[in-house]
Write a protein that binds this ligand. Structure first.
Ligand code: GDP
Length: 425
């Protein structure tokens, strides 16, 4: 069985927790896109971890964790994350890195940071992890593959040629010192040597796993609305977080993906710039932000307070559609227990008309949310594992949303810990 776990919304939906839960019975967990620019929070018997690059199966020694060719591999971030796990003496990481993955370098982060500064109030809200310059280089064919780190001359040659244009920007646009190919070659060649034990042709490993009918989890980062083609462009990321891309970014046949689990929260949250119709503000938002997630709604990568709002059925239905979701996991259901009434955004109003489709960004920026008010359940459901034991108002909330988003909700997460989950078939 091959399952993709992907976000239905703006990211931070709780994919990491679900992946950690499902990884227990999986043979392989694969990251297929993005880099260290987002984080999955995982809380298990070893403690609390914010994973950025390592696949969420890393805590299970029987799971082979693969960093696929679609990932932006930042060796600095990779080793600091790996060291933080190794020094706690938890598990022996079972890991493979694609020889075709490309390397996110220091200068990608620098260029990302300088560009956001230059853009000022027009900035994109980047996490400044170098993602946009990295993918620009990849598609301009001047990126460096992991396999190219192993050959010093080749590495030096590629860096020298790629730096010609970058140094024009460095000197004349950003007024900074030029980048030095010799220095970078030494640094990244040394990284290549450190990475070497894990570097493999991961497509061959996956081909073998498919032939042997292994259970594979494909772990998405961010969410559908951040997809460059289908999301809230230009407030999107630079690689596709869609299940459709998972086959490409991992190195698997598209037909092999049998289940697509779209993850959504029982309310909404978004970090970074963008359009968020059901966003709330003031005290109401402060309360939800404080109660959300495992310790408030603050970005796992940046610590930035996340914008929060009510569940958006229009955006989530669209997110599920573009993900090709076969089912949905709803997380953070426990968070809403304090509310007497719970608004759900069931439609948008655009130029005086009610719409239930998710429009392109310029129209989306003009919509007003249309709410339906649901009665709260006022009972602490944290840790509940049996669907039938949830209060009736809570089940009604789930079942009405299920109808609106036109997908079965098969997992309900009732707390941040691994065992706080209801399986509902
Ligand atoms: P991801 O990137 O999709 O994995 O999401 P994040 O880890 O960035 O954010 C999800 C937040 O919700 C984290 O703080 C999780 O610990 C937390 N979380 C996940 N599921 C639940 C849940 O069911 N209840 C509560 N209270 N927190 C949860």
């Amino acid at each position: 069985m091959i399952r993709a776990i992907v976000g239905a919304n703006w990211g931070d939906e709780g994919k990491g927790k679900l992946t950690d839960v499902l990884a227990e019975n999986s043979d392989l967990v694969v990251r297929f896109q993005g880099g260290a620019n987002a984080g999955h929070t995982i809380i298990n018997e070893f403690g609390k971890f914010a994973l950025h690059l390592l696949p969420s199966g890393i805590f299970h020694s029987q799971v082979l964790n693969i960093i696929g060719p679609g990932v932006a591999l930042d060796p600095d971030a990779f080793f600091s994350e790996l060291d933080s796990i190794l020094e706690r003496d938890i598990v022996h990481p079972n890991l493979a890195i694609s020889d075709r993955a490309q390397v996110l370098m220091d200068f990608h982060i620098l260029l990302d940071t300088l560009e956001e500064e230059r853009l000022g109030k027009h900035k994109f809200g980047s996490t400044k992890s170098g993602i946009a310059p990295f993918y620009s280089d990849k598609f301009a064919k001047v990126g460096i593959q992991v396999c190219q780190l192993m050959d010093k001359d080749l590495l030096h040659d590629r860096l020298t040629r790629s730096l010609v244009k970058k140094n024009v920007l460095m000197e004349h646009l950003y007024h900074r010192a030029p980048l030095d190919a010799d220095e970078l070659t030494e640094k990244y060649y040394a990284y290549g040597q450190r990475l070497k034990p894990w570097v493999k042709d991961t497509s061959l490993l996956l081909d073998k796993a498919v032939k042997e009918n292994k259970t594979i989890l494909l772990e998405g980062q961010l969410g559908a609305l951040r997809d460059p083609d289908h999301g809230i462009f230009p407030f999107t990321t630079s690689s596709s977080p869609l299940a459709g891309y998972a086959a490409v970014g991992a190195g698997l046949p598209p037909w092999a993906i049998t289940e697509v689990i779209a993850v959504t929260k029982a309310y909404s949250s978004s970090v970074g710039a963008g359009v968020f119709p059901s966003c709330i503000t003031g005290e109401e938002a402060e309360e939800l932000r404080k109660r959300g997630g495992d310790s408030g709604e603050y970005g796992a990568k940046t610590g930035r307070p996340r914008d929060v709002g009510w569940f958006d059925a229009v955006a989530t239905k669209y997110g599920c559609l573009v993900q090709g979701a076969t089912q949905v996991a709803m997380t953070n259901l426990d968070v809403l227990h304090y509310l007497d009434e719970i608004p759900v955004c069931v439609a948008y109003e655009l130029d005086g008309k009610r719409i239930t489709h998710f429009p392109s960004t310029p129209d989306l920026q003009r919509v007003k949310p249309v709410y339906e008010i649901f009665p709260g359940w006022k009972t602490d459901i944290r840790g509940e594992t049996e669907y039938g034991k949830l209060p009736k108002n809570c089940r009604d909330y789930v079942e009405k949303i299920e109808k609106m988003i036109e997908r079965p909700i098969t997992f309900l997460s009732t707390g941040p810990h691994r065992d706080e989950i209801c399986f509902r078939k």
